[in-house]
Design a protein around this ligand. Structure first.
Ligand code: CDP
Ligand code: CDP
Length: 223
């Protein structure tokens, strides 16, 4: 059982995954990337030729979803049916359909149950869990809850630097479209009561990691 749960939410490109993983590494915590599970399910649907716009077909897949992920930040991986698909889930073709998979309520319920199980089972002294609805739905009682934000401009610039195979304009459109679709399902743009906002627009990666660690340290209840 992980004693300290740190919940981190935010929009695409705010730095959630990279910052949370590095902060977990430095704190000796486990790391749970919930977006990876939605992406892996979307990848699996594409791989199996499942129509992602058909909620029943997607639901059928989630019931038999053989998902595994590494929660050690130094041994991060994503596997479906034993196949390592860690880089594949970041492909634009997966990003383009992941929101359709993620808006099915029963899919969310099923994955949320899995996330809570993974959080509870991990032996590390703490775990950083990041996604869109961690501070509000998955772990609303977490002792530290953070909303990581950044301006749309900064988020597009960061994502473009990672996706070199397409124009910045295409990346910008995809990011805005995904945020729009996702925000119909959960609100990850405003901090819920008790959630600490952390704006990374004008600070670099290292400063954001430090800010997250400082927030965790000051938020942990002391004996
Ligand atoms: O890294 P990026 O912010 O681009 O996306 P991600 O965190 O890998 O999440 C991929 C997708 O999964 C999101 O666009 C959402 O559709 C979905 N997601 C979700 O619905 N709820 C979560 N807790 C995490 C991700
Ligand atoms: O998971 P999410 O989509 O929120 O973002 P990410 O994939 O962790 O971060 C996107 C990129 O932004 C990564 O290459 C980070 O290194 C970078 N980043 C940055 O340049 N400055 C920050 N303050 C935070 C992240």
């Amino acid at each position: 059982m992980s004693d300290i749960v740190v919940a981190v939410d935010g929009p695409a490109g705010s730095g959630k995954s990279s910052v949370s993983k590095e902060a977990a590494r430095r704190l000796g915590y486990a790391y749970l990337d919930t977006g990876a599970a939605y992406r892996a399910l979307a990848w699996h649907c594409l791989d199996e030729g499942v129509d992602v716009e058909n909620p029943d077909a997607v639901l059928e897949r989630v019931r038999a979803f053989d998902y595994a992920t590494g929660m050690d930040p130094d041994r991060y991986y994503v596997r479906v049916g034993g196949e390592d698909i860690t880089p594949d889930i970041r492909e634009p073709r997966v990003s383009a359909v992941v929101s359709a998979v993620a808006r099915v309520p029963e899919v969310r319920q099923s994955l949320n149950a899995m996330f809570r199980r993974l959080m509870d089972e991990h032996p590390a002294p703490g775990v950083i869990v990041e996604g869109r609805d961690i501070t509000t739905i998955v772990a609303p009682d977490a002792p530290v809850r953070i909303l990581l934000t950044a301006s749309e401009e900064a988020r597009i610039a960061r994502r473009s630097a990672e996706v070199s195979a397409q124009t910045t304009e295409a990346t910008a459109q995809q990011l805005a479209s995904r945020d729009r679709q996702d925000s119909r399902v959960v609100d990850f743009m405003t901090a819920a009561p008790g959630v600490i906002p952390l704006d990374s627009t004008d600070i670099d990666f290292e400063q954001t990691v430090q800010a997250l660690i400082d927030t965790v340290r000051s938020g942990i209840p002391h004996d």
